[in-house]
Design a protein around this ligand. Structure first.
Ligand code: SAH
Length: 349
């Protein structure tokens, strides 16, 4: 399926983020033959070049003329590697802002965890990004660049992308949808291997659903009742659980795809047997999948991570209720690269 969505026009023109038809139109407007569009597509998205000057198949004179055209790549500010081989990148954008991206390798996959915003305005109580405040939305090319940066660094094809880095993707729908289209069409990653994770916002789930993508959609539920959810996620005050779940059902109807629910496990807070029973009741009959995320400690919060036995007990109750569950491995923990630990202590440098 082709994802059709206009690329937002509010950023200075850069080539990264353009589709093959757009690149072709761009070269033709410069008086070049159409096939040069295909060459740009290959070199920008497959080879991962950082400037037009590097595209040696293009005529030298024309490359020199286009010296001012930006591709839209970030620069590497810092990289750290965890013992489990997860790599965390601090990338500098053209305005000096810094964002974090994580590359998570396994034998079969290379997953990139991308940011959709610089910082995040949602201020979830357990998340380091939320403690650091919000700067701005990312542009399409700034999202796609993160994937290419990790692909180049690992010298290996990226198989999966999860929008679980900094930011709330549904506050930046036009750029996120356009980036998903580019990752699917130009970079060549299957839609089902692209995951968008959201805390859920009124009307935004429907807006996103109406793009009718076949990507994986995950909702950060984190609680089985309204009071607990409000304590963890301030914005939940304006978005009650019954409405959130109704919107998720509508998402399933519109897209034909099931919804995943993420549930962070905070020891003694929402990981008790009665919480699992309440969660099973809440999601009974819902075409869903529950991804349990043991809390990754951050300095600014004093929640505790559950023990493996607590985690297993919680999971058993859900499975006895016939709910499909999985447990997210905490990759990158030792390099502060795991879920919720992305902070970019200085968002601008
Ligand atoms: N704003 C989006 C995506 C970013 S976070 C969202 O809320 O879904 C991706 C996932 O990591 C979310 O489920 C988030 O709740 C979870 N997360 C945040 N902080 C965490 C922490 N300290 N430990 C474990 N998971 C965390």
């Amino acid at each position: 399926m082709v994802i059709n969505n206009p690329v937002p026009t509010d950023s200075a023109e850069v080539l990264l983020g353009k589709s093959l038809p757009e690149l072709t139109a761009w070269v033709q407007a410069q008086g070049q033959p159409a096939y040069r569009g295909k060459q740009l597509q290959q070199w920008i998205y497959q080879q991962g070049v950082r400037s037009l000057a590097e595209i040696s198949v293009l005529p030298k004179a024309w490359r020199a003329e286009q010296a001012n055209v930006a591709l839209g790549r970030s620069t590497l500010h810092h990289r750290s590697v965890a013992p489990d081989k997860t790599r965390k990148y601090l990338l500098r954008l053209t305005d000096g802002m810094l964002i974090e991206t994580v590359g998570i390798p396994t034998a079969k996959r290379l997953t990139v965890c991308v940011s959709s915003q610089v910082g995040c305005p949602m201020a979830c109580d357990f998340c380091a990004t939320g403690k650091g405040g919000f700067r701005r939305n990312l542009a399409v090319h700034e999202i796609v660049d993160q994937v290419l940066t990790v692909q180049n660094d690992f010298e290996r094809r990226v198989s999966n992308v999860v929008f679980m880095g900094m930011g709330e993707p549904l506050l930046n729908i036009p750029a996120v949808v356009a980036a998903l289209r580019v990752l699917n069409q130009e970079v060549g990653i299957g839609q089902r291997s692209l995951t968008v994770s959201t805390v859920g916002l009124p009307d935004r789930i429907r807006e996103f659903a109406e793009h009718r993508l076949q990507v994986t959609f995950a909702v950060s539920l984190h609680a089985s009742n309204q009071a607990d959810r409000e304590q963890l996620i301030p914005s939940a005050r304006h978005y009650k659980l019954p409405q959130l779940l109704a919107d998720c059902r509508e998402y399933v109807e519109i897209t034909g795809r099931r919804v995943s629910f993420e549930y962070i496990l905070l020891a003694g807070f929402n990981d008790r047997p009665q919480d699992a029973i309440a969660l099973a009741k809440l999601l009974r009959g819902f075409q869903s999948h529950i991804n349990l995320i043991p809390y990754n400690p951050i300095d600014e919060a004093d929640y505790q991570r559950p023990t493996p036995a607590q985690l297993q007990a919680f999971r058993d109750i859900l499975e006895q209720s016939k709910l499909a569950t999985s447990v997210r491995q905490s990759r990158g923990l030792a390099a502060d690269a795991a879920c919720g630990q992305l902070r970019a202590s200085q968002l601008a440098s």
